[in-house]
Design a protein around this ligand. Structure first.
Ligand SMILES: Nc1ncnc2c1ncn2[C@@H]1O[C@H](COP(=O)(O)OP(=O)(O)OP(=O)(O)O)[C@@H](O)[C@H]1O
Ligand SMILES: [Mg+2]
Length: 206
């Protein structure tokens, strides 16, 4: 079987128009299932008009019966990054909503912000474990129409165990406790965006 072309697959997710910003901002969310990434992404979209690229939504559009294999995830994230890069190249603000738990994977996202001289704002969503357990249980009981994630408590525990303590973020991280007032969190992120300088392209010889 031939490899699917991620550029061809990405076309369906590329917005026709983006509102150009100077410089553009890439908000990279990071957090375990149920920590509140997608909820916060929607609030940030309302406030900033930034496009949301949500890995779970892309996965569901590409795979009618997602299997969550490594190969499938690799393609989903490649497609997401092509869309994120396209939006940044056109000067648009973008929110990348994925768990982004592994620094090796996050590095590809940093490279996009560097290439397009965007402001990179990393937001790590956290919540107490008992709250997450409750949120994931209600997801099973009744799904919110905008919720594209299949992750349950088992997935949470598995991903939590997989996080390496040595795996640090190369750039500054803003931690948001999603049990706190969301308007205040959005206002704080807006302040962080304002004080963040755009990244510089990396020296290809280094
Ligand atoms: N700040 C909040 N206030 C109230 N409810 C919230 C908040 N954040 C998240 N929730 C609720 O918790 C549930 C899980 O949140 P959400 O879908 O945003 O998590 P997630 O980090 O995107 O998870 P996944 O990685 O599985 O996609 C949702 O039902 C959402 O409505
Ligand atoms: Mg989500």
């Amino acid at each position: 079987m031939t490899e699917p072309d991620p550029y061809a697959l990405a076309q369906q997710f590329i917005p026709a128009q983006v509102a150009p910003a100077s410089p553009p901002t890439l908000i990279m969310l990071s957090g375990l299932p149920g920590s509140g990434k997608s909820y916060l992404a929607r609030r940030l979209h309302e406030r900033l008009g930034a496009e949301i690229v949500e890995a779970d939504r892309v996965r569901k559009a590409l795979f009618a019966g997602p299997l969550y294999t490594a190969e499938e995830s690799r393609l989903v994230h490649r497609v997401c990054r092509i869309v994120v890069g396209n939006i940044l190249r056109r000067g648009g603000n973008v929110i990348y909503d994925a768990t982004n738990l592994v620094e090796f994977h996050r590095t590809f996202v940093y490279r996009l912000a560097e290439r397009y001289q965007a402001r990179l704002v990393i937001v790590q969503t956290v919540a107490p474990e008992e709250v997450i357990r409750e949120r994931l249980a209600s997801r099973l009981a009744a799904r919110h129409p905008l919720d594209a994630s299949d992750a349950d408590w088992g997935v949470y525990e598995k991903l939590k165990r997989s996080i390496s303590k040595r795996d640090r973020f190369a750039y500054r991280v803003t931690v948001v406790d999603t049990t706190q007032d969301v308007e205040e969190s959005v206002a704080r992120i807006v302040r962080v965006i304002r004080e963040t300088a755009p990244l510089m392209p990396r020296d290809p010889t280094m």
